[in-house]
Design a protein around this ligand. Structure first.
Ligand code: 5GP
Length: 199
């Protein structure tokens, strides 16, 4: 996923030491070739686990989510941040705290789209403190389904989300791991550090 790292360096904007803006290829304007390539990487990584559904969250998770689902040929369901108008159906709901916005949001998925037969792959654009991914895992488990793993496009490794998810028992696969955003510079976790961390 060198293409992703290259685009982060070339087109990403470090807003401050905690937030990376990638609105020219992921979060606003979207690069479909990059999205599809990333979807294939997630699909190949988790394929053996017989995924039946991809679960993500609106709006920025939808593009990598649907591309992963396309590569796996399974449906993609996205959690909503606002209750749908058609409230006449049973919803799975949980709250997610956003450190960037400093607010709690209720997220929901219609119960009819996940059941106990499902083996779910969770996909999101960013991993920071792990709240969004944990919320999606909670919704999946409320439905009685299994979480096969969590695929993340950009992990900010200095914000501790991975540890939360791994401690909760989930496998995390991220395509780009950022070590620091200090001094307006993107610094990636080195391959060697990754190997050492795995020991
Ligand atoms: P977490 O729940 O892991 O703390 O944060 C993940 C969610 O917050 C993602 O769904 C993403 O939309 C948003 N987010 C967190 N950090 C960033 C960031 O640096 N840039 C952007 N664009 N979104 C972020």
């Amino acid at each position: 996923v060198d293409l992703l790292k290259e685009m982060i360096v070339r087109k990403g904007k470090v807003l401050n030491s905690n937030v990376l803006k990638v609105d020219s290829f992921i979060n606003h304007q979207m690069d479909p070739v990059l999205m599809y390539e990333m979807g294939k990487v997630f699909a190949d990584h988790f394929r053996k686990q017989n995924i039946t559904k991809v679960v993500t969250i609106e709006s920025s998770g939808i593009a990598p989510g649907i591309m992963t689902a396309l590569a796996l040929k399974v449906p993609c369901v996205f959690a909503r941040k606002k209750k749908p108008l058609t409230l006449n159906e049973e919803l799975l709901t949980t709250t997610v705290y956003s450190f960037t916005k400093k607010e709690e949001n209720e997220i929901s998925i219609s119960q009819k789209f996940i059941d106990e037969q499902d083996c779910v792959l969770i996909i999101d654009d960013f991993l920071a403190h792990g709240e969004a991914a944990l919320g999606l895992a909670k919704l999946t488990e409320q439905a009685g389904a299994t979480v096969a793993g969590i695929g993340i496009v950009i992990e900010k490794a200095f914000q501790g989300g991975r540890k939360k998810l791994v401690d909760a028992g989930y496998e995390v696969k991220s395509l780009a791991r950022i070590k620091s955003l200090s001094n307006s510079t993107v610094e990636f976790v080195e391959e060697l550090e990754l190997e050492e961390a795995a020991i």
